[in-house]
Write a protein of this length. Structure first.
Lengths: 419, 170
């Protein structure tokens, strides 16, 4: 069998420290926005990135903060703060960045409550010299958590596929679109990236063998191997939360059925037996259940069954078809793709109340996944004929478009908290 | 005359089975038998291996290699059945030939569901090929889901082209 396409596999680490691969537009606002000022850090002009600007950008993107610029006032120490000057904000951040003799960077910051005139947070972080953005994201996470009680996701990453002409790239980037790295480059399609629970590996599907084959690749060593290359299609990988097995979909026995397999490819066992299409498995956070999409009842609907297989309970009853279920991190609801009237929307459904909430309104939205704090949903959509990514907050209020500099992007997946 | 016809048929069948390419199929004995104006001789000429393999004949029904499907369906449509059946019969009489049936879907729905739907379409064509005489060992299937569309565009004109299974000879 002659291969018609030449396949280029580049396992390359390419970092763009000062340019975002994705342009971000924000619309909407949270119900209550906290007014806050992020004052320029002393010495930050010596770093590769202005830490205060990155923190401000992160908080603004969340939709929960209203950034107030306070031109002319630049305190760096507590003693320089005159609280009367800051009455229009609830809080301000001050800090300093010092480059140490060995090239590392020490960043100190304080988060101050302007009304109580007291300190809410004070931290010192030491990191490698080129890690200015990472430090800023960590500080933004701390500020976000202080005010909302939820963990921030500014330090997390996303994976997606960039397609430009015939070239497909599996990409990992920061959740703000910076730091894009190409994990794999092929002239064949790539789909269904799936993060391992600790963020160290990506499972994904490619067509380089002439059919769908699932690979697992280490993000540290960049080594990869074929997890499942049975006859037929091998796709839809989903990691169990303990990282000890994956669910995958194989057509080796005729129809698309769900199997479990260990991360080294051994221990294959089938768990769905409907003779219909069973696909898109998603583990519950406790690992005990799987959500999946199946057309066993005629239309495509979402079902839940025990993770070892067994009775499958139908979960969705509205619209025409429902696809792509993913559990929320707290296990209380799930997000999915809801098809009605020929359009595709992102919706969530609560397990307790069985109530569905539609989060999007344009009608071409696919492949939803939760941020690891459960507060934001990432999905694929289109804008002006191009494939882009977008996010919506779990209450539907804050929306964001992530537009690539070049190519079309698809198949996004939000990564886990970094440990 | 009958003896001649039978021997011509036998030789051409043997030659067809033994080779992949038309160039190798030449059976001088049959070619040199100049066709007379009788229907029997003309029938003999059609089967003569010196003529092209029916698979390469652009006007043959075998030139049609694709079946198209309705939205979310995988049953072979009435208008595509004759061609699929003809390929099944061709495979039956050419036991050395193999095909891959490649299934595709339009972009509506999730990419994973579309991969499964493409697979179901490929399997549906495979079944019909077997019913028409092909052996299962001659047919493999693959699905590309929505990943390799023949037509781009968010409209039925593009979608209908992508809801498709292709019979690809190896």
């Amino acid at each position: 069998m002659v291969l018609r396409n030449i396949i280029f596999v580049f396992l390359v680490l390419v970092a763009y420290p000062v340019q975002a691969a994705l342009d971000i537009e924000i619309t909407g606002a949270g119900e209550h926005q906290i007014p806050i000022s992020i004052v320029a850090f002393a010495g930050e002009e010596k770093l590769t990135q202005k830490i205060s600007a990155v923190i401000a950008s992160d908080l603004k993107r969340s939709g929960l903060f209203r950034l107030v610029d306070h031109a002319g006032k630049a305190p760096h120490e507590m003693r320089d703060v005159s609280f009367g000057d800051w009455a229009e904000v609830d809080a301000l951040t001050i800090g300093s960045a010092t480059v140490l003799a060995d090239g590392r960077v020490e960043v100190k910051f304080r988060l101050l409550d302007t009304h109580k005139q007291s300190q809410l947070l004070g931290q010192s972080v030491v990191s490698k010299g080129d890690q200015a953005r990472a430090i800023a994201h960590r500080i933004a996470d701390m500020i976000y958590e202080k005010f909302t009680g939820d963990a921030g996701v500014f330090s997390t990453r996303i994976a997606y596929i960039n397609r430009e002409g015939k070239v497909n790239r599996l990409v990992v980037a920061d959740s703000d679109g910076y730091g894009e790295q190409s994990i794999l480059t092929l002239k064949e399609p790539i789909m269904s990236p799936a993060w391992s629970p600790d963020g160290s590996h990506l499972a994904y599907v490619t067509f380089e063998q002439g059919r769908a084959v699932t690979y697992v690749q280490s993000l540290f060593t960049r080594q990869r191997f074929a997890l499942a290359a049975f006859p037929g299609s091998n796709s839809a990988p989903a990691w169990a939360p303990d990282g000890k097995q994956l669910a995958i979909v194989l057509t080796r026995d005729g129809t698309s059925a769900i199997y479990l397999v260990r991360p080294d490819g051994t221990g294959l066992r089938r768990i769905s037996y409907s003779d219909a299409i069973d696909t898109e498995p998603s583990f519950s956070p406790d690992g005990r259940f799987l959500l999946f999409a199946s057309d066993r009842g005629g239309t495509v609907q979402i079902y839940r069954m025990p993770a070892e297989g067994g009775y499958a309970e139908r979960m969705t009853f509205e619209g025409n078809n429902n696809f792509s279920p993913r559990y929320s991190p707290d296990g209380n609801n799930f997000v999915f793709m809801h098809s009605t009237g020929g359009q595709f929307y992102i919706a969530t459904q609560d397990f307790q109340t069985r109530q569905m909430q539609v989060l999007t309104d344009v009608g071409w939205e696919k492949k939803p996944s939760f941020a690891p704090n459960g507060k934001i949903v990432l999905f694929a959509t289109e804008s002006l004929g191009r494939g882009i990514l977008a996010t919506v907050s779990s209450d539907g209020r804050v929306k964001q478009k992530m537009i690539p500099q070049q190519g079309d992007i698809r198949e996004p997946m939000w990564g886990p908290f970094l440990k | 005359m009958k003896k001649l016809t039978i021997s011509v048929l036998l030789v051409s069948l043997l030659a067809a089975c033994a080779s992949n390419k038309p160039a190798e199929v030449a059976a001088p004995a049959a070619a040199s038998e100049a066709p007379a104006a009788t229907p029997v001789a003309e029938a003999a000429k059609e089967v003569a291996p010196a003529a092209t393999d029916a698979l390469d004949d652009a006007s043959s029904i075998l030139a049609k290699r694709s079946a198209f499907f309705d939205f979310d369906k995988s049953a072979v449509k009435a208008e595509d059945k004759p061609a699929v059946q003809a390929h099944g019969q061709y495979l039956a009489t050419h036991a050395n030939r193999k095909v891959v049936v490649e299934g595709n879907a339009d972009e509506r729905g999730s990419s994973e569901y579309n991969l499964a739907l493409g697979n179901r379409r490929a399997e549906s064509v495979k079944k019909m090929l077997i019913v028409s005489g092909a052996k299962a060992s001659q047919i493999s299937t693959a699905s590309f889901g929505e990943e390799k569309p023949r037509a781009t565009g968010h409209n039925e004109a593009a979608w209908s082209q992508n809801r498709r299974a292709d019979i690809v000879y190896k």
